[in-house]
Ligand binder design. Structure first.
Ligand code: PGA
Length: 251
């Protein structure tokens, strides 16, 4: 079933103590509430176990921001999907544009990560989206299509049913330039159409597609009101509990 989701992506922010404080604040704000969406926070690896333990009796779920493209072994500094799952995290962001751009993550690497996340019981939040030049050249549709074909359209329908997609135009991430609700709805509908072509209408109807890129308390409601926008992946505005809570309340 399609879910509404508001997911935070802390990126490389917050020490462990600061992260615990933020998670605690959010837990308090949501205590006794049943938000109209699933709430997830994506934290750096080192926070996962502590934050997952802290939130185990709350409505908030925990996500990693990445995982390794290898199952285990001599890969110094890497963290496997099995390790992420062992912390109590249940989601894993994969293919964020910052990973693709700064860490050279290719379609093939991301395909491995998605498979490993699924094999370890994690739900991938798979990110796609075009850069500014591609949008200016009106190439956004072909870009997202290639990203889906390159890394997730190899999945069976059952496996694909476990992933969440996040459309994040790279030109909108951390820039204050949000896609307009019309721009976002248009490409979300296109993405859902691609999923329908590949896996059929039911899988497409059930697929959660988040918007990310300078989504905040002011613009969230306008974005989430669209039929194909099922929530947000939130960077900057997830670093303050009140801002993040206001986005949750946009549903
Ligand atoms: P932003 O980041 O909300 O700070 O633009 C979104 C993201 O990169 O997931």
């Amino acid at each position: 079933m399609r879910k509404n989701i508001v997911a935070g992506n802390w990126k490389m922010n917050k020490t462990l103590q600061e992260g615990v404080a933020l998670a605690t604040e959010l837990k308090t704000l949501l205590a006794g509430k049943q938000p109209n969406c699933e709430v997830i926070i994506g934290t750096p690896f080192i926070h996962l176990a502590t934050v997952a333990e802290l939130l185990k009796d709350s409505v908030i779920k925990v996500s990693a921001e990445n995982c390794a493209d290898k199952p285990s072994g001599a890969y110094t500094g890497e963290v496997s999907a099995a390790m992420v799952a062992s912390t109590g995290a249940t989601y894993c962001i994969i293919g964020h544009s910052e990973r693709r751009t700064y860490y050279g993550e290719t379609y093939e690497i991301l395909r491995e990560k998605v498979q490993l996340a699924l094999a370890n019981g994690l739900k991938p939040i798979f990110c796609i989206g075009e850069v500014k030049e591609e949008r200016e050249a009106n190439k956004q549709n072909e870009v997202v299509k290639a990203q889906l074909e390159g890394s997730v359209f190899n999945l069976s329908a059952e496996e694909f049913g476990k992933i969440v997609l996040a459309y994040e135009p790279v030109w909108a991430i951390g820039t204050g330039l949000t896609a307009t609700p019309e721009q976002a709805q248009e490409i979300h509908a296109y993405i859902r159409g691609l999923v329908a072509e590949k896996y059929g209408k039911q899988v497409a109807d059930d697929c959660t597609i988040l918007y990310g890129g300078s989504c905040n308390a002011k613009n969230a409601a306008g974005l989430f009101a669209n039929p194909d926008i099922d929530g947000g992946l939130i960077g900057g505005a997830s670093l303050k509990a009140e801002d993040f809570n206001a986005i949750i309340n946009a549903f």
